[in-house]
Design a protein. Structure first.
Length: 468
């Protein structure tokens, strides 16, 4: 084996070792790259002068307008959460579906789907849903495993449903259009959401007591008040999400422009929430107290969470660029591309190996980190195997579904930890872990179906981007 390739593989092995013992991923990227740039220079396998290309790589990365959509969509979701609109959304849909068995769980799936499409961030969606819906389902007598399972599964849809943060980053790293990736992922995401809701209702009827219907005493919203709550809490958010995605799919605005309009729309909804509350009070509502929810503190919290995620993305981008440059210059990219291309089975064999690797990494790492680790390794092999742009979109959708499964896999799936951090004391950790398993099965079945029938992703693309 060539010495440079051996050093590249050793660099990658040390990098994996550092992140598995809990060392910061960005610093692991930078520190291993720096160490092996010195080792490579001493052994004559690396020309230090090639580091002059690093600033150009950084400038090219930050010049990518696709990444500008990240802070806009994160801020839009954060405003919806901090202003209390997400809580109102869950209340309204919960009251609508509460009379049927498993209805509240189905409402959680629906609200989780809407929040996933509004925030694009898994942690925020799972934590908000856990705080708002888990105590309610426990009070209604829901089985703890079903209650926690629907929250972790539907919250993790934020990785798959546009405008998903992971889709934005994958589009940038894969070199595929973000419009095509959003369109290709939307139908698979909605299919998963429908499967979750169907399972929640089905298991509630098959196993009495698992997901009881809401009693008449619990249905505090009825008639005119419920209709107004739906009109004010559900319809505006659906219209906001629909407007953002419609403008992207129809080419009316770029993703970053649509994200900026989405932030403005979320601010308008937060401002009008006070007026909506007063109308509801006059109609006889007793479940709310009119107050201004978009306080300076709420807005600061939303801005801070947006800044934290944006800084994380850019730090990983800079550090991973240094790492990938070193890996390429030492010959690691070419060697891994040849290995993956010659592994057997052509494109199918590559996809199987890649999905296994993504799932294993997804158990221990955040999706942002995985994006910057595996895509620079996969992409040369995909080019060698002759993947078309449409096949790359299909492969990326498979990655997103796979990450959904990894994120709720016991015992160390990230979404399980997010929910565990806000779960009431009576909810056991074992219930959270067991509750995730049926939804992992649904995700696995969906992954296999999408892999065997790539036309589903193509249909999704054609459906939402006519003539695309």
């Amino acid at each position: 084996m060539d010495l440079g390739v051996a050093l590249a593989l050793a660099m990658f092995a040390i990098f994996l070792g550092l992140i598995l013992i809990g060392y910061n991923v960005a610093f692991s990227f930078a520190s291993t790259a720096l160490l092996f740039s010195f080792v490579g220079s001493v052994t004559g396998t690396f020309d230090v002068g090639t580091l002059n290309a690093l600033p150009a790589r950084w400038f090219g990365a930050v010049s990518d307008s696709t990444l500008l959509a990240v802070p806009f969509f994160v801020l839009m979701g954060a405003i919806l959460e901090r202003s209390g609109l997400a809580e109102r959304l869950l209340t309204a849909i919960g009251m609508l579906l509460g009379p049927i068995k498993g209805g509240v769980a189905a409402a959680v799936v629906l609200v989780g789907t809407l929040l996933a499409a509004a925030t694009g961030v898994v942690a925020a969606t799972v934590i908000v849903m856990g705080l708002l819906s888990l105590p309610t389902m426990i009070r209604l007598g829901y089985d703890h495993k079903l209650a926690t399972g629907v929250i972790t599964a539907s919250g993790t849809l934020a990785q798959l449903l546009p405008p998903s943060l992971v889709l934005i980053l994958l589009a940038s790293q894969m070199g595929v259009g973000i419009l095509g990736l959003f369109a290709g992922a939307l139908l698979p995401g909605l299919i998963l959401s429908a499967l979750y809701a169907a399972y929640a209702i089905g298991i509630s009827y098959l196993r009495p007591g698992t997901g009881p219907a809401m009693s008449i005493e619990e249905r505090t919203l009825t008639g005119k008040v419920l209709a107004l709550e739906v009109l004010f809490s559900v319809v505006p958010i659906i219209l906001l999400i629909f407007g953002v995605l419609f403008s992207i799919f129809q080419g009316i605005a770029t993703p970053s422009e649509s994200g900026a309009v989405g932030v403005f729309g979320a601010l308008i909804l937060a401002c009008f929430a006070y007026l909506f509350d007063r109308v509801l009070i006059r109609a006889g509502a007793t479940h709310i107290t009119p107050k201004w929810r978009l306080t300076p503190k709420a807005f600061r919290d939303a801005a801070r969470s947006t800044a934290n995620i944006s800084i994380l993305v850019m730090t990983l981008l800079f550090c991973s660029s240094f790492f990938s440059l070193m890996f390429f210059q030492l010959g690691g990219s070419d060697a891994t591309a040849r290995f993956l291309a010659e592994i057997g089975g052509g494109k199918t064999g590559f996809v199987v190996v890649a999905m296994i690797a993504v799932f294993l990494l997804g158990i221990n790492l955040e999706f942002i980190e995985i994006t910057f680790i595996v895509v620079p390794i996969f992409l040369p092999a995909m080019d060698t195997l002759g993947f078309t742009n449409q096949e790359k979109i299909w492969f990326t959708v498979l990655m997103a579904v796979n990450l959904n499964m990894a994120f709720i896999s016991p015992p160390v799936g990230f979404s399980l930890f997010y929910l565990q951090s806000v779960a009431p004391p009576e909810v056991k950790t074992s219930d959270i872990h067991k509750g995730a398993i049926p939804f992992m099965v649904l995700q696995g079945v969906t992954l296999v179906i999408l892999a065997v029938f790539p036309a589903i992703v193509q249909t999704s693309f054609d459906l939402f981007v006519p003539g695309g």
